[in-house]
Design a protein around this ligand. Structure first.
Ligand code: UDP
Ligand code: MG
Length: 311
């Protein structure tokens, strides 16, 4: 039998040196107050600042409970999380950010719900302090859109801060797609779920590791992983344009045969050609997004590489 803690906490870390000591302190306090055995799994996602040194200090101070997985380079938040979930051995696993935006104290509420029998307990942000309006606004649109076009019940205002029961983690680790939107995958898995509301704080230190373009990439991954709506949109556009074009042909014949006017217009022709050319390239791009992801999954490379584990 493997030695299983009751609870594992997985924390992906990318250049969070300024947050690690405080995070560890508050996390440890919460966990020791729980009367459960615990492990804390830090996944260093190729940090280039002093995070490795800060994690080494934590490990030295708490060899019994702290584990540090150093990935070989930066693989991105979702894959770092995956590495942590693959590794964690607890009877339940909590996932949280390293920047203290998700208060560690909320874990006690998660555990209370878990003890009531819920297999998935996710944090719902009742407020979000210290985040740019652009981020809040785009996040709002994103959640509305993803809920509408994927037929799935992906809760709104939920980030990667949740508790998963062992039986959920065991199924999750079998999902090996590369471009992942983990909170969507968790929703897809089902199980008995509930939310716990909390106030999301501003970052303790450092800046966000999700700049605008990375958010855009991430939403593409979310949409393509759970929906074919963009492809259906392409077919729909095709149908609309074909119908329009057919009408134009009829109208042109009518003018030629029954009236004395002939259809003229270099400008309108140019406009139509360029417009349809644009729509075609856009459609190819949409299809390309799906094909690229198929390509990546067919290669079946490992999702991440581990450089070193402190345990
Ligand atoms: N993160 C990571 N790899 C990355 C980007 C981010 O492991 O490539 C971690 C980061 O250290 C943090 C969590 O993912 O613990 C969430 O990132 P962040 O707080 O920057 O996102 P935001 O809260 O701004 O959406
Ligand atoms: Mg954050």
């Amino acid at each position: 039998m493997i030695d299983r803690s009751d609870i594992s906490v997985v924390v992906p870390v990318f250049n969070e040196a300024g947050n690690i000591p405080e995070l560890y302190k508050r996390l440890k306090k919460t966990l020791t107050g729980l009367d459960l055995t615990h492990e804390i799994v830090f996944v260093d996602d190729g940090s280039s600042d002093a995070s490795a040194a800060a994690l080494a200090l934590v490990y030295q101070a708490d060899k019994k409970c702290a584990r540090v997985i150093h990935l070989s380079r930066n693989f991105g938040h979702q894959l770092a999380l995956t590495a942590g979930l693959d590794y964690a051995k607890g009877r339940c696993v909590v996932v949280m950010d390293a920047d203290l935006q998700d208060p560690p104290e909320v874990i006690a509420d998660f555990v209370a719900k878990w003890r009531e029998g819920y297999a998935v307990v996710y944090g719902v942000r009742s407020s979000r302090a210290g985040e740019a309006w652009l981020k809040l606004w785009t996040a709002g649109i994103f959640y509305k859109m993803i809920r509408r076009i994927t037929a799935m019940d992906i809760p709104e205002n939920v980030g990667d801060f949740y508790l998963l029961d062992r039986k959920v983690v065991d199924v999750f680790v079998g999902l090996r797609e590369r471009h992942r939107f983990i909170r969507g995958m968790v929703a897809w898995l089902g199980f008995k779920r509930t939310g716990v509301t909390y106030a999301r704080k501003a970052r303790h230190s450092g800046t966000t590791k999700y700049p605008f373009w990375k958010m855009v990439r991430f939403s593409f991954d979310a949409v393509t992983s759970f929906s074919f709506a963009p492809l259906k949109m392409v077919s729909f556009l095709g149908a609309v344009f074909a119908t329009g074009a057919f009408g134009m042909i009829l109208w042109t014949f009518y003018q030629k045969l029954f009236t004395t006017t002939t259809v003229t217009g270099w400008s309108s022709l140019m406009a139509a050609i360029l417009f349809i050319g644009g729509v075609q390239l856009l459609s190819l791009g949409v299809i390309g997004e799906y094909i690229a992801r198929i390509g990546d999954d067919v290669k079946a490379r490992p999702l991440y590489a581990v450089d070193q584990i402190l345990e």
